[in-house]
Design a protein around this ligand. Sequence first.
Ligand SMILES: NC(=O)c1ccc[n+]([C@@H]2O[C@H](COP(=O)([O-])OP(=O)(O)OC[C@H]3O[C@@H](n4cnc5c(N)ncnc54)[C@H](OP(=O)(O)O)[C@@H]3O)[C@@H](O)[C@H]2O)c1
Length: 319
Amino acid sequence: MRAVVHDRYGPPDVLRLEEVAQPVPRDHEVLVRVHATTVNRTDTGLRSGTPFAARFVSGLRRPRRRILGTEFAGEVAGAGAAVTEFQIGDRVFGLNPWRFGAHAECVCVPESAPIAHKPDEITFDEAAAIYDGALLAQMNLRRAGLRSGQRVLIYGASGSIGTAAVQLTAAVGAHITAVCNTRNLGVVKGLGADEVIDYTEQDFTDNGHAYDIVFDAVGKHSFKRCRGSLRPGGVYIGTDGLRNVLMALAPVHVSGLSTVMVIPPRYSRKDAVLIKELIEAGRYRAVIDRSYPLEDVIEATRYVETEQKTGNVVLRVIE
Ligand SMILES: NC(=O)c1ccc[n+]([C@@H]2O[C@H](COP(=O)([O-])OP(=O)(O)OC[C@H]3O[C@@H](n4cnc5c(N)ncnc54)[C@H](OP(=O)(O)O)[C@@H]3O)[C@@H](O)[C@H]2O)c1
């Protein structure tokens, strides 16, 4: 089968298309024939080998996983003897968070991974671009205690996690203030934001408003800078950045305020099904910036590394 492989850490050019052996599903795994996948920030982090500390997990001298790709949408082409919920021919979408392998024509995924039947209403491209942002946003918002009626500020609302956070927050009936760049104001408003702030024109930490949750969905902010914008009992959510990672290891509880960052991420099949149900109810959709054919993976990766994508970047394995 065709797959995008890499044998060393480095720039996007370390990626190349190669013929490799098709994986064989073990007892509890399904074999998915991939129609579409994505290039996301987890892929780019793993490929570049940054931050260096991550190599203690991904391989110290060279990457243990030759094939990247966590998100996938496609058809079940095989199943191990112990698989109960999926059959050959089922259309599925999901996330293979720890094992990757979706930048290929076929990938094996444990049945216990976040995987679900694809709603008929969405295309394979759309289905591939759901779970990375949605599951990360969901686990962090849940840990922060999100509930109806709260006031939530989402900083970096235009990224993969940000666009997901806006929709999941809208789904519970909380009031959303979304912060992004000028060009994405319309997109985030369309996803359910009640108010938008253009960060090129206004610093939300100076506007005199306070929120129950401030979600830094792009890892560019900090609890220290945001704490004046939190209501009593407020929670700051981080996603990236050294300060936030340290805060994840030792959560802050100060003056009734607290911090959240779920590390390592806790991906669950249950959340995958919840999000699938929101899609079926017309309350959640994929935000796709660009789609590339699999062979243009280097170009797609360069674009993702600009850190300026709106939502998600899809790789089409079957055109
Ligand atoms: N915690 C975890 O387990 C985990 C897992 C995966 C990813 N991450 C991290 O989470 C972060 C977000 O991931 P993602 O995939 O959602 O990112 P992404 O999609 O690459 O984010 C891109 C978006 O961020 C906006 N942006 C860039 N700089 C900004 C700034 N200074 N202020 C506000 N918005 C800004 C960009 O729009 P403009 O340029 O127009 O502003 C763009 O729309 C990344 O740092 C990623 O590495 C964490």
